[in-house]
Design a binder for this molecule. Structure first.
Ligand SMILES: [Zn+2]
Length: 227
């Protein structure tokens, strides 16, 4: 408890009263934090533009035992992603990614890997907003993986054999031809799944065939929500 200073990404904001904002931010190592920024909606607020969605900030906030909302004291922009606002598809993809973080990262649970994933994907998205669909898939694959909802993509979940070009997606797992039926993955997709673990978002979006990946992440997200 007390004052916390850390790096954070603003996921979402809500209006509160006349001049205040509720800010939901993903901190580097303390997970998702919800806080009130007093006066943040005034024209000349001490927060400037630091509390806009998708902004990377150095944030300082005060936590009080038993209170759900922290009090945000300061937010200085490290990197804004205003350029994304010019590309509707990319902006909406980024908003969905932020919503997934809020949905899947349990409150108060820090995971620096999720922070780095979101930061890297937003950065790549800004460079190549036209590749937003592939980058959103990349983000989904990795978030599912970090939260424990993504299968092994190199070995059959049933028999453990290497999945060399014959993987089937069956109820959120990948199995080989011998072990059962399911949606057969095309070669490109299987390669894309393996490459996701090795490449960054921009490189993956450029090199990997992602057509079938959306089917898999949609199914895996639905399964994760059921649990
Ligand atoms: Zn098998």
């Amino acid at each position: 408890m007390g004052v916390v200073e850390t790096e954070a990404i603003v996921l979402r904001t809500y209006k509160l009263a006349d001049a205040d904002k509720i800010v939901v931010a993903l901190t580097r190592d303390r997970g998702v934090v919800r806080g009130v920024a007093r006066g943040a909606r005034r024209l000349r607020s001490r927060f400037g533009a630091g509390l806009e969605p998708l902004t990377l900030v150095e944030i300082a906030y005060f936590e009080k035992e038993g209170r759900e909302l922290a009090a945000i004291k300061r937010a200085e922009i490290t990197r804004s992603h205003f350029a994304l606002a010019r590309h509707t598809g990319a902006w909406e993809a980024a908003e969905r990614m932020c919503a997934l973080v809020m949905e899947f990262l349990p409150p108060g649970q820090g995971d620096e890997r999720v922070f780095r994933l979101l930061r890297a994907t937003l950065g790549a998205l800004e460079e190549h907003p036209d590749r937003h669909a592939a980058m959103e898939r990349y983000f989904e694959v990795w978030l599912l993986r970090l939260c424990g909802f993504w299968p092994d993509v190199e070995r059959c979940a049933a028999c453990g054999r290497a999945l060399d070009g014959e993987a089937r997606w069956a109820q959120g797992r990948l199995i080989c031809q011998r072990c059962g039926t399911g949606t057969a993955l095309d070669h490109e997709t299987q390669r894309a799944l393996v490459l996701a673990a090795r490449l960054g978002p921009a490189e993956w979006a450029e090199r990997a065939g992602t057509a079938q990946v959306a089917l898999l992440t949609t199914d895996a997200l639905a399964r994760a929500r059921e649990r």
